[in-house]
Design a protein around this ligand. Structure first.
Ligand SMILES: *Cc1c(COP(=O)(O)O)cnc(C)c1O
Length: 804
């Protein structure tokens, strides 16, 4: 590719034409929108590169400690607006494009969503990368460059259909292929004695990991960090002897096998993917990342023993937990450290974030599989385990405690417990909301916590206000600036200056105008995409997140059915017009979640076409939830549904995005909802339902959902209507088992919370009738959730865990 003929300090109008001609290969007359999109990104990227190199140089010169964030998922979304805003080039680029007859907003829509993640965990990693750069912390994100990220969801006759997402089909102008940064990743084989008296792993199979880098620019262009995603190649991409002998497919087998490693993201959220390919992915990216980290450290610091002074490794959930064993292997087998010294260095370097308490979601691998794929790591896991269990014995822990602490699950088929490995190998183990961290101490890690009582700490999640306020809601951002000035742009907690104006009718009016415009824009979009007609003056009620039984979309749907009955029975009442918006993907193998999507669509079809509700209630299921869709829906929502069974949502971050944009929350005392309530005030949020303790108590002491359902006429009527096929006349039995599940066990306690949920919804309606009061509460939400900025979260990690 010819180099840019212009220095990057030249005016953008000159740069972009130069890029269009010399790097995209089109002149202005022939260029299509996509060419202009590519030229726009490359022009901006050139500007970013200068800062990138400067940031890297600064880090080397200062000898600063670096943070390495290992995550199997990065749910990035689009980058163009993010990068333009952070480089303060939006207006200039907008003007230059206009002069060429182009619309920046149209070009932005051409960027595919980088969806290398499932949901909250992956989005957190993306917000963290942005905040790390914004806080000027030297950091690398490490992950996998999946060719097919999260599947694209289509709704066919109400059912979810999964299609491959080909986000790379037009190339990716953001990335740099770093074929020179490549590492050998082994699998299988055997462990042999080495000449120096130690051991050496001789893998049976070796694949090459090579780096693909994307710059991540922070707010005001302060720093540019690197997101390094690994791709896979065969060492021997084509076997010429086989090819020449006529075996044209077999000759390429090695490359195909390597490519399959990075082909797909596992689309399961909150359930582990048990397949061998997944373990191979986990080791592939962990090993490449650890080798890269150790190589960089030794190159610049010379002394492996200073690793914890210069390197902080954060494991995002247990997916990279095998990095603990890989780091040990490099220290012991390659750098010849004593096991005990290596173990101390490892623990000082590594920290682990837990994301779930669901016991079925804790990763563990069958021991024979782990041993076959990673024989040396298996030995290291045993050696770590014997140290941990010895410490447990010395601490006087009993047999049950020792069985729970062991890295090997001995109950039934023996398995390697990745959470215990991560816990043992880390100096810090954090939860992601206060309640979640407390429950970690009481449940999954109760025994490990007794053994290592200072290790668990809390870091409540956050979201980046650049994407989740300034970019997705520029009009609201302007209104806030006019009201309280610019300080909140650099410190989201300064939004609290809005408190003094919460009851100001002028501000209330302006905030309401912005929301109405956002609702009109969303209604317009849904009309175009789905042919729907929505009333922008209705209350927009949104539940957008992964479809999972614990998140209880079903509770919301049953309430919709009950409301539908009520509206038909009492048309004379003063009903608040409401649009219930759902969006979310279900794991392809998760039967009930997919059935819930079908139910949402069946209910929508019935209610939306019933003239007797007179437009008072609409139900909408928007296909293909992703970051870009979230950015459209959140600024247009009046009400945010955060209704998980208490104790089951680790934190949630959707809840924070909505509140930051002035939606009121209806929610349970779960995850970060509790901390949102503490900050916005109990009067400015609709809390309902059982507490986590009450849920645990009911599960322990027996719970009779059938009695509750039959004792609540509205609930009984809705459940029986769904069970009997009122919403599925084409297949009346479709939802019978789903409803029988509620009547017979109801693990997620919908029945227990139903009446209090309905009561909270009627309080929502009542407040809606007083628009002035609603606006005041909306402003109080915006004013008091600046604390949920991921800048605050990252600041706490930096101070308490990483020491940077
Ligand atoms: C924020 C976000 C999530 C997480 O939402 P929760 O409501 O916290 O589960 C998931 N997916 C996308 C695309 C998001 O932007």
């Amino acid at each position: 590719m010819p180099r840019n003929a212009q220095p990057s300090s030249a005016p953008i109008e000159e740069l972009i034409i130069d890029v269009l001609r010399h790097r995209v290969g089109k002149d202005e007359r022939a260029a299509k929108s996509h060419d202009w999109y590519t030229a726009t990104v490359l022009t901006l990227r050139d500007k970013i590169i200068d800062r990138w190199m400067e940031s890297t140089r600064r880090t080397y010169d200062a000898g600063s400690k670096r943070v390495y964030y290992l995550s199997l998922e990065f749910l990035i979304g689009r980058l163009l607006r993010d990068a333009l805003n952070n480089m303060d080039l939006t207006q200039e680029m907008d003007r230059v494009l206009k002069e060429n007859g182009l619309d920046l907003a149209v070009l932005e829509d051409l960027e595919p969503d980088a969806a290398l993640g499932n949901g909250g965990l992956g989005r957190l990693a993306a917000c963290f990368m942005e905040s790390l750069a914004s806080l000027d912390i030297p950091a690398y994100g490490y992950g996998i460059r999946y060719v097919n990220g999260m599947f694209r969801q289509r709704i066919d006759d109400g059912w979810q259909v999964e299609l491959p997402e080909t986000w790379l089909s037009h190339g990716n102008p953001w990335e740099f292929d770093r074929r020179e940064s490549a590492y050998r990743i082994g699998f299988g084989g055997e462990v042999v004695a080495s000449a120096d008296g130690g051991v050496q792993w001789r893998p049976a199979e070796v694949i090459e990991a090579s780096a693909v880098d994307t710059p991540v620019v922070g707010w005001r262009g302060k720093r540019v960090n690197t997101l390094r995603l690994w791709t896979a190649h065969a060492l021997d991409p084509i076997r010429l002897d086989a090819f020449n002998a006529g075996d044209h497919v077999g000759a390429l087998e090695n490359e195909a096998r390597a490519a399959s490693l990075v082909r797909v993201l596992y689309p399961a959220d909150s359930t582990p993917a048990g397949q061998e390919l997944r373990l191979r992915q986990e080791f592939f990216f962990s090993s490449a990342s650890i080798q890269d980290i150790v190589r960089r450290h030794v190159q610049y610091e010379k002394d492996i023993r200073t690793l914890p002074d210069k390197v902080a490794i954060q494991l995002n959930d247990t997916h990279p937990a095998v990095a603990v064993a890989e780091l040990m292997r490099l220290l012991v087998d390659e750098h010849q450290l004593e096991f005990d010294e290596a173990w101390e260095l490892t623990k000082k370097t590594v920290a682990y974030t837990n994301h779930t308490l669901l016991p079925e979601a804790l990763e563990s691998w069958p021991l024979p599989l782990f041993e076959r794929l990673l024989p040396r790591h298996m030995q290291i896991v045993y050696a770590i385990n014997s140290r941990v269990l010895r410490e447990a014995g010395k601490a006087g822990l009993d047999g049950d405690a020792i069985a729970a602490i062991s890295l090997i699950d001995e109950g039934g088929e023996r398995r390697v417990r990745m959470a215990n490995l991560a816990f043992a190998g880390a100096h810090s183990v954090n939860g992601v909301a206060a309640l979640h961290t407390d429950l970690m101490k009481q449940t999954v890690f109760a025994h490990l916590h007794r053994l290592y009582p200072t290790r668990i700490n809390n870091k409540t999640n956050g979201v980046t206000p650049r994407r989740w306020l300034m970019q997705c809601n520029p009009a609201l951002t302007r209104v806030i600036r006019d009201a309280i000035g610019d300080a909140f742009l650099d410190d989201a907690e300064k939004l609290s200056d809005l408190n003094a104006l919460a009851a100001d009718p002028v501000l209330g009016e302006r905030v309401a105008e912005v929301r109405r415009a956002n609702k009109l824009a969303l209604a317009d979009y849904l009309k175009r995409e789905m042919g729907l007609r929505l009333n922008p003056d209705a209350l927009f009620d949104a539940q957008i997140k992964r479809i999972h039984e614990y998140k209880r979309q079903l509770l919301n749907l049953i309430e919709a059915v009950a409301l539908y009955d009520q509206i038909r029975s009492h048309p004379e009442r003063d009903w608040v017009p409401r649009v219930k918006i759902f969006a979310g993907k279900a794991a392809p193998s998760y039967h009930n979640a997919k059935l819930i999507i079908k139910l949402a669509n069946d209910i929508a079809r019935r209610i939306n076409s019933d003239p007797s509700v007179g437009g008072l209630l609409k139900v909408v299921f928007v296909p293909n939830y992703n970051v870009s869709l979230a950015e459209r829906i959140i600024p247009a929502a009046d009400l945010s549904e955060q209704i998980s069974t208490a104790g089951m949502e680790a934190s949630g971050t959707g809840n924070m995005k909505f509140a930051l944009n002035g939606a009121l929350t209806i929610g349970t005392l779960d995850g970060a909802n509790i901390e949102i309530m503490e900050r916005v005030g109990a009067d400015n949020i609709f809390i309902f339902g059982l507490t986590a303790d009450e849920v645990a108590e009911k599960r322990a002491n027996g719970y009779d959902p059938r009695a509750i359902i039959e004792g609540s006429p509205e609930l009984a009527q809705a459940v029986h209507a769904i069970a009997n096929g009122v919403f599925s006349p084409d297949d009346p039995a479709r939802y019978r088992d789903l409803m029988e599940g509620l009547l017979n066990s109801d693990w997620f306690m919908l029945a227990a919370d139903f009446d209090s949920y309905c009561a909270a919804q009627r309080k929502v309606d009542l407040l809606w009738q007083d628009q002035n009061m609603w606006r005041t509460k909306a402003i109080r939400n915006i004013a008091n959730v600046g604390w949920f900025s991921s800048d605050r979260t990252i600041g706490e990690y930096a101070r308490d865990i990483w020491g940077v």
